[in-house]
Design a binder for this molecule. Structure first.
Ligand code: CO
Ligand code: CO
Length: 306
């Protein structure tokens, strides 16, 4: 795909029917329970394949492990990852571990994609709806949790969401005439949306009050639990984002919040939204229309409160 725009994964054309999609991701623990951490890390690694419109095929474990933690925790982490690879229909074919002071785990994933339906960042069209498939706020929730300041119900909801594969969302998206798709991870909702907008040379208009946030997360923002990534994400998007002064500060912080294993941003014709939401809903997954794309000579994102 080239390196001009930050696509979710690398693509290698095998023949007219099949291209390979390849991606790698790993990170330090964001939750205490090792098996949960393993599940979340695997779901997060698989996500970039789904965001390209692909299907994961094989995966390799990557583990940096402090030896003093002993074999049980290692087993739990890998077992968590394996559970999610099984759910994704993805075969674990190997991996590599090294001794390290800091624990890190993730996967290198190889998938396949139809070359005619590769969701690279540069194909999104103007005058279409922008839909997100998961709630926003995992960076803030996990930061508060590390400080023992997150309500248990909120943490549980965020964990359950981070453990949810983007497979159903990707399938539902492929059943529409969607033109754009990416997953929301470290650069936050606005960072990842800006990559698509920049590469596709269109504009986006979103309403901050239509973005789905975790219930109770706004209170954590008010208490100051934002990550370092919040500021760097804001700097990263620069003048791509035109934030209306009416957008509450709490929403602004959530829109730049780095996400772990976040949902998909799907850009699709307005007429296809109902079908997309219905199909995803049949798997018990909610999605929200947060705005629309438009034609412009100056790609940018307008954020308003309503
Ligand atoms: Co991605
Ligand atoms: Co990635």
């Amino acid at each position: 795909m080239g390196f001009d725009y930050a696509d979710d994964a690398g693509v290698y054309l095998l023949n007219e029917e099949t291209a390979l999609v390849q991606t790698v991701d790993f990170f330090t623990p964001i939750v205490d329970d090792p098996r949960t951490y393993g599940r979340i890390a695997a779901v997060n690694s698989l996500s970039d394949v789904y965001a390209m419109g692909g299907k994961p095929l094989t995966a390799l474990n990557i583990l940096c492990y402090p030896e003093e933690l002993g074999p049980m925790i290692m087993r739990e982490i890998l077992q968590g990852g394996l559970e999610k690879m099984g759910e994704a229909g993805c075969s674990l074919v190997g991996g590599h571990s090294v001794a390290d002071k800091e624990l890190k785990y993730g996967l290198s994933v190889t998938g396949t994609v139809n070359p005619k339906r590769i969701f690279s960042n540069d194909k999104a069209k103007a005058n279409q709806a922008i839909v997100v498939t998961k709630k926003i706020g995992t960076g803030i929730v996990t930061t508060a949790a590390k400080n023992d300041a997150c309500p248990a119900a909120l943490l549980d909801e965020a964990i359950q969401q981070m453990e949810t594969l983007n497979s159903k969302a990707s399938e539902a998206m492929l059943n529409t005439r969607a033109t754009g798709c990416t997953d929301i991870t470290g650069f936050g909702l606005l960072g990842h949306l800006s990559e698509v907008i920049k590469a596709s040379k269109i504009g986006a208009r979103i309403s901050s009050s239509r973005v789905p946030y975790f219930f109770g997360v706004e209170e954590l923002v008010r208490k100051g639990f934002v990550t370092k990534g919040n500021r760097t994400n804001r700097e990263y998007t620069g003048n791509m984002v035109r934030m209306d002064s009416g957008v509450p500060d709490v929403h602004q912080k959530l829109l730049f919040d780095p996400q772990t294993s976040g949902g998909l941003i799907v850009i699709l014709p307005h007429e296809d939204v109902a079908q997309f939401q219905k199909e995803l809903g049949s798997h018990g997954q909610e999605s929200s229309v947060i705005g629309e794309t438009f034609e412009t000579n100056e790609p940018h994102i307008e954020v308003k409160n309503s």
